[in-house]
Design a protein around this ligand. Sequence first.
Ligand SMILES: [Zn+2]
Length: 118
Amino acid sequence: MNEEVDKDKAVKKMSELLRSGAVMLDQTCPLCGLPLFKLRSGEVVCSIHGPVRVVKSESEAIEATTSAVLNEAEKLISMKLYSALKRLSENEDVDEYELKRVVYLLDILERVRRIKKT
Ligand SMILES: [Zn+2]
């Protein structure tokens, strides 16, 4: 467990889930290790993290991790790109280095998006 979990809150939410007719599963949340619940709608939820994608196999687990990492990378690069562009727009003179950085970041972003599509 690599995350602080509010146990009281979790227990309260779990009893709420059970009262609403949810069923406790023998699977646990990949994020906090608490048991997962299946709602009447069929959706699987964690009492802390809400809807959880249940991973069935090792390859699916790897795929889920990869896609999470790629999403994170895309977000991070977009943020870097934004601040680089902002710096460019704030300066009167075009900063060669900053311009190269923008191109470089765009290149990475394109690659990440390409990998995501495959
Ligand atoms: Zn959880």
